[in-house]
Design a protein around this ligand. Structure first.
Ligand SMILES: NC(=O)c1ccc[n+]([C@@H]2O[C@H](COP(=O)([O-])OP(=O)(O)OC[C@H]3O[C@@H](n4cnc5c(N)ncnc54)[C@H](OP(=O)(O)O)[C@@H]3O)[C@@H](O)[C@H]2O)c1
Length: 294
């Protein structure tokens, strides 16, 4: 697979998100580790996790990071070029709750714990999971700058940021990436692409297939993706990822895969060559009314 840049790191153009390997309904640890190893076997060298990818309980906090740390340790091949991104600033204490905490002291202690969970001395990409409306961005990102100066994180990222927040963030910290939702169902971050391309900021596309509830039915909900899939003899999901990759060289989709087959399908999406006509059709497509179901 070709590489794309996040700050000073070259990463595979499609990454692996591990949220679906860590939340309720997750596969058992052994199967999840096999999926991560399958991703590495197939050329993916960028893995996205978060400390709050866990069951709805304080005790399980950090599971998604420990899972990635364990998978990399157990992987039989070379992991030297593998880059891991994680996030701090949210917890998941009870069902349905993802409270945000952007206080500097909290972020610093969360990062210390993430280092332990991942089993590393330095985190490749540490992302502020979301802005905390009760804490000035200067303070939250200021903590990440200090962590970077202390050598605990290599690159700083932000997530769930709009254009104004990203603009402000760039005056506070050397922002390498913004991780936002981007899919045929949520195109609100399309507006950021030109800006990010101009400034060389990676746009890490989360829930790139529309999330677990819609991913399998994307072709049914957005007919243009199914149509183009037919003309290329691939799946609608592969066309979605190819479309995102074609929007700009700064876009890096991170689908959750829960099987080796899904991993392979995502990796192969990077080989799909879309024409200008395909891109216009896909970019102008509109999901059907049923797609609002979550
Ligand atoms: N920053 C944030 O606030 C935030 C929020 C949400 C997510 N994320 C990140 O984004 C990642 C992905 O998001 P997500 O899990 O919400 O949504 P998603 O990747 O859009 O959807 C996941 C679903 O897509 C299916 N899938 C993946 N590739 C496929 C393919 N090639 N063909 C058919 N089905 C395919 C998976 O199926 P299988 O289960 O069959 O493999 C899974 O059920 C997460 O793991 C996480 O790292 C970040």
């Amino acid at each position: 697979m070709n590489s794309r840049l996040i700050g000073d790191m070259a990463v595979s153009e499609v990454g692996l998100g591990v949220m679906g390997l860590a939340l309720a309904g997750r596969p058992d640890e052994k199967d999840a580790i096999q999926v991560i190893c399958a991703a590495l076997d197939n050329g993916i060298n960028f893995i996205d996790t978060a400390d709050c990818y866990c069951l709805d309980s304080e005790i399980d906090h950090g599971y998604g990071e420990r899972l990635v740390g364990k998978a990399l340790k157990e992987y039989g091949g070379n992991t030297a070029g593998v880059k891991v991104a994680t996030k701090g600033g949210k917890r998941k204490p009870k069902e349905g709750m993802w409270p945000t905490n952007g206080k500097p002291e909290y972020l610093k202690s969360a990062c210390e714990q993430s280092l332990k969970n991942l089993g590393v001395d330095t985190i490749d990409l540490y992302q502020l999971h979301a802005p905390d409306e009760n804490v000035p961005l200067e303070e939250s990102l200021g903590a990440l700058v200090e962590l970077q100066q202390e050598g605990k994180i290599n690159n700083i990222g932000v997530s769930n940021f709009d254009a104004d927040q990203l603009n402000l963030a760039m005056t506070i910290a050397p922002v390498a990436s913004v991780q936002n939702r981007l899919s045929p169902f949520d195109r609100s971050s399309l507006d950021l692409i030109e800006f990010c391309t101009m400034f060389g900021i990676a746009l890490i596309a989360y829930s790139p297939l529309g999330g677990a509830s819609k991913a399998k039915r994307v072709g049914e909900f957005v007919h243009e993706f199914q149509y183009v899939a037919g003309t290329h003899q691939v799946t609608a999901q592969q066309i979605v990822l190819a479309w995102e990759l074609n929007l700009s060289h700064i876009v890096i989709p991170i689908p959750t895969c829960r099987s080796a087959e899904t991993v392979k399908s995502c990796v192969e999406s990077a080989d799909v060559r879309l024409s200008t006509e395909d891109m216009i059709l896909l970019t102008n497509s509109v999901p059907t009314g049923d797609a609002s179901i979550d």
